[in-house]
Design a binder for this molecule. Structure first.
Ligand code: ASP
Length: 306
């Protein structure tokens, strides 16, 4: 057993770094290291896995390098619509939000839905009303604006193309997620995203869907996914990994690798996931050119891009 432990991601995709943007690469690594260190400290101080993944995802939402909270991608109408989810592997309770606009930290609202409502998921205008009613912090459009993401949207706006926030020439700004196992062996997962550039008609991806982009169960593992959401929804990816462990007797690594490298790949689904089990085993498979990711436990700590 190697607990507590935490893993995080900042999105998967084709990541191109060269001499021109090596500074940016360092900024990404710094941001990942900061979130990892804070998250692991929380676990060491005895915080529950659920509290820890929520607060760690908040740190990533507040960093405009990633496509979640501040720095979220643009929709076809030039807005920012954010989705988030959190799941507690001990109780199997979950909370999720979709289509939030203006809310500084969508993951906090998801956490509130888990704790204070009989629902699992709330969406759209009324979910925004709920966030206002509960006094969550709102920010103006300028807070969410990022020039790079604006340029990315500008390239394809008006087209029907819905683009993964991280596809295309060296551009890579991903969904964020955290999975953790606390000192008591409880696992939890949280994911937050601005979705895909140029998304329209209230499109919601896999991130806030329990079982697709986010899942946690003490019996198996906690998972947060990143990638082309439609494939992760159809493949019920996070739950598939958990089921392979629970019913198929697979170990975490075998189950996660099979789903990412075989099942998803076969149908053209691009992306990756981070996962941890209750013994502290971590795996982070991806079938794209790279994935911003990192892990930390008492023995080991690293952040990587490719
Ligand atoms: N999975 C997210 C979505 O489809 C995108 C991402 O991971 O960057 O909304």
């Amino acid at each position: 057993m190697n607990i507590p432990a935490i893993a995080i991601h900042g999105g998967s995709g084709t990541i191109v770094f060269d001499a021109k943007n090596s500074e940016l690469k360092n900024e990404y690594l710094k941001a990942l290291n900061h979130a990892l260190d804070e998250g692991f400290e929380m676990l060491k101080e005895g915080l529950s896995a659920t509290d820890c993944v929520c607060k760690t995802v908040m740190i990533l939402e507040d960093c405009n390098l990633f496509n979640a909270g501040k720095g979220s991608v643009f929709t076809a109408k030039g807005l920012h619509e954010m989705d988030a989810a959190i799941m507690d592997g001990k109780t199997l309770n979950a909370g999720a939000v979709a289509g939030l606009r203006g809310v500084k930290n969508p993951v906090l609202v998801a956490w509130d839905v888990l704790q204070n409502t009989p629902f699992v998921m709330i969406a759209g205008e009324e979910a925004i009303e709920y966030a206002r009613h509960k006094n969550f912090k709102f920010e103006s459009d300028s807070y969410f604006f990022s020039q790079l993401r604006y340029n990315q949207w500008h390239e394809i706006r008006g087209d029907d193309i819905m683009k993964l926030d991280h596809s295309g020439e060296g551009a890579k700004f991903g969904t964020v997620g955290a999975v953790a196992v606390d000192a008591e062996g409880n696992v939890s997962a949280a994911t937050s995203t601005g979705g895909m550039t140029n998304k329209a008609w209230g499109r919601v991806g896999d991130s806030p869907l329990i079982g697709s982009g986010t899942y946690a169960n003490n019996k198996t593992c906690a998972i947060s996914c990143t990638g082309h959401g439609e494939y992760f929804i159809r493949g019920v990816v996070a739950y598939d990994v958990s089921c392979r462990m629970e019913y198929g007797g697979m170990k975490l690594e075998q189950a996660a690798n099979h789903v990412i490298h075989k099942k998803l790949k076969r149908v053209g689904g691009e992306g990756g996931l981070i996962a941890v089990d209750s013994s502290g085993n971590i795996c982070m498979p991806f079938n794209t050119g790279g994935m911003y990711r990192g892990m930390k436990n008492k023995m080991d700590s690293f952040t990587r891009i490719l």
